[in-house]
Write a protein that binds this ligand. Structure first.
Ligand code: MN
Length: 233
């Protein structure tokens, strides 16, 4: 008997796989906080890797926006920030994954924007409230196509860059990450059983800033590709 839902459930959210007609269905979107020292410093903090563990927040898959879209300026903020990030797409389930085995759980890579209501995040920090309304809102996860690791090979370094209206605002290298991809997968998989379809946004380098309606953002990660979005009213 077919299930009688009281309304039609949402279609699975899925990301195109570069050079194919296939789609990567999103299960969860994990985001790493403060994973580049220069960004931690610009946010007024620091990271001591010997004393601290990485931390995470999540975005709902429905916050996904495909590459090339227009992003409506969100409600309840006057300080919408871009955060350009390297993205890892998990293709194989696992818990307590070792650093050595981590690469075997990667389906591919992408790049993405962790769009942030920075004013609401600052208020949440002041009040010791969770970050959800600052980070996990509609259209807040703009993600490029995914390139299969079979095509790209393992990626551990390379330029990560972001331009607004043709002006470079963020420029760093993936090898500046405080916790590299293998370390993140090892750590995150002690907290969650990673599943195919899980996305990890690995944190942003320094140079975050505000955008306004009509601004055009172009992001780039070497070996992965480009990401383009226009902010609209
Ligand atoms: Mn971020």
């Amino acid at each position: 008997m077919t299930k009688q839902y009281i309304f039609q459930p949402a279609e699975p959210v899925a990301i195109p796989v570069k050079g194919t007609t296939q789609l990567f269905p999103i299960h969860r979107i994990f985001c790493v906080g403060r994973n580049y020292m220069a960004h931690a410093k610009e946010m007024g903090t620091t990271v001591d890797k010997t004393q601290q563990e990485p931390f995470y927040f999540l975005k709902h898959p429905s916050s996904y926006v495909p590459n090339g879209s227009e992003m409506p300026y969100p409600t309840r903020t006057d300080n919408l920030h871009y955060e350009m990030e390297f993205v890892v797409a998990i293709g194989k389930s696992g818990a307590n994954i070792s650093q050595q085995d981590a690469v075997n759980h990667i389906f591919g890579y992408g790049c993405g924007l962790d769009m942030t209501r920075r004013d609401l995040q600052a208020k949440a920090k002041d009040n010791r409230h969770p970050w959800d309304i600052a980070k996990d809102f509609e259209n807040s996860a703009i993600l490029s196509e995914i390139i299969a690791i079979a095509q790209s090979g393992e990626i551990t370094e390379g330029i990560i860059e972001l331009e607004v209206n043709g002006e470079v605002r963020q420029s760093s290298d993936l090898n500046n990450m405080i916790w590299n991809v293998n370390e993140i997968i090892e750590h995150l998989s002690t907290l969650y059983t990673l599943q195919p379809g899980d996305i990890i946004m690995t944190g942003t380098p320094e140079g975050v800033g505000a955008v306004q309606p009509d601004d055009q953002i172009i992001g780039f990660v070497k070996g992965v590709g480009e990401l383009l979005v226009k902010i609209i009213k």
